[in-house]
Design a protein around this ligand. Structure first.
Ligand SMILES: Nc1ncnc2c1ncn2[C@@H]1O[C@H](COP(=O)(O)OP(=O)(O)OP(=O)(O)O)[C@@H](O)[C@H]1O
Ligand SMILES: [Mg+2]
Length: 357
């Protein structure tokens, strides 16, 4: 915008005499000229403009537009000198920095969460070391028990660090398309085999419904595809009661609509990621458990880093809330889709689908 002014100190008398299309749209200006305060009321912005008009000083300020979206803009004012009619002129440039600010906030939250997650087991380790050097020194039974707990905490920390590293690796090459040829059914079978012991331990069984191997190939990163299947199967195991069955169903040759079709009409449903291409065939994996399930309000937040449902945070289901964030990033790199359907107390079903070769 070009701003013109006659009198110093008359902050509300500043007029815009030129406004480009995007400023018009952003501030919903009705005309090409008018009073600046009808568009921007923020006193700091008005002052910044005045410094350019009468102080011949270039300056800038951040301000928030309010409204539902709460956009954050940077206002930069440059002096343009005097017009032929004697009025003063300044150029006001506004840049929308909302996305950059949000990204910054996300990074800050992420660091805060990561440090917090690391600090808890670390504090507990220090506490036990102190106890072991103190009054538990001569008590072999207590010593054994404490060492067991310490080992658990150390393992938790190392799992967390692994997950964080894996997440940042995945993010780093998220824009690089994967290139291996991956047999999706074979990958799923491998995961089921690898988790067999743990499942037996928890008295949960896997039931698979899959086409033959050699029929469903995708262009993927094999380790990452395995990681997706593993994270979903691992969650199903973790959130299922003893005696229940987890179903893994694989189906190939589907359109995007078929791959994402509703499975359980009664359940809450949330699309966590949808593919960005048309005319592609997909192979779909659906992991369905009969476990604790999820209330609807949790569904949109599941892929946020460190998001765990309240009440599951401590207790018998260890985890850091990174698994589904990792799944989302990997599926995104593969340009696939990700959907969750669940009902509290009635199990959950997680669906991922990948473009086929
Ligand atoms: N099959 C499921 N049934 C019920 N709740 C689930 C299921 N899968 C995930 N959740 C909920 O979603 C949350 C996030 O899952 P995610 O896999 O990201 O983290 P996690 O399993 O807690 O920890 P991690 O996978 O990092 O070890 C879980 O804490 C749990 O509350
Ligand atoms: Mg998990």
């Amino acid at each position: 915008m070009v701003i013109s002014a006659q009198e110093p100190d008359d902050l509300i008398g500043r007029r815009f005499i030129l406004i480009n299309a995007s400023a018009r749209e952003t501030f919903q200006a009705q005309a090409e000229t008018g009073l600046l305060v009808t568009l921007i009321r923020d006193p700091q912005v008005l002052e910044t403009v005045d410094e350019a008009l009468f102080g011949a000083i270039e300056s800038e300020t951040l301000f928030s537009m309010g409204g539902a979206q709460g956009r954050i803009l940077r206002a930069m004012a440059k002096p343009l000198g005097e017009a032929p009619d004697g009025s003063r002129l300044a150029l006001l440039v506004l840049r929308d920095e909302t996305d950059a600010r949000r990204a910054e906030q996300t990074r800050a939250d992420f660091l805060a969460n990561a440090s917090h997650e690391l600090r808890t087991p670390l504090a507990s380790l220090s506490g036990f070391i102190e106890t072991l050097r103190g009054h538990a020194k001569e008590d072999p039974k207590a010593r054994d028990r404490f060492l067991g707990i310490m080992q658990g905490q150390a393992e938790r920390m190392s799992r967390l660090v692994d997950d964080l590293m894996s997440l940042s690796r995945i993010e780093m090459n998220e824009h690089v398309p994967p290139s291996d040829r991956v047999d999706f059914v074979a990958a799923t079978q491998d995961v089921v085999d690898a988790l067999a012991l743990m499942a037996a331990d928890r008295q949960v069984s896997f039931a698979t419904d899959m086409p033959a191997r050699d029929g469903t190939f995708i262009t993927g990163d094999r380790d990452q595809v395995i990681q997706v299947i593993q994270n979903l199967a691992d969650n199903a195991l973790k959130y299922s009661p003893a005696g229940s069955t987890i179903r893994l169903a694989v189906e190939g040759g589907l359109t995007a609509e078929q791959a994402a079709e509703t499975w359980n009409l009664e359940a809450g449903r949330m699309t966590l990621l949808s593919p960005d291409r048309a005319g592609v065939r997909y192979v779909r994996l659906r992991v369905t458990d009969a476990g604790v399930g999820l209330a609807r309000e949790h569904l949109p937040r599941l892929t946020e880093r460190f998001y765990r449902v309240e009440g599951q945070k401590s207790g018998e289901r260890p985890g850091t809330g990174l698994g589904l964030a990792i799944v989302k990033h990997i599926v995104n790199r593969h340009r696939g889709g990700f959907v969750v359907e669940s009902q509290e107390g009635k199990g959950a079903s997680f669906t991922v689908y990948f473009p086929m070769i």
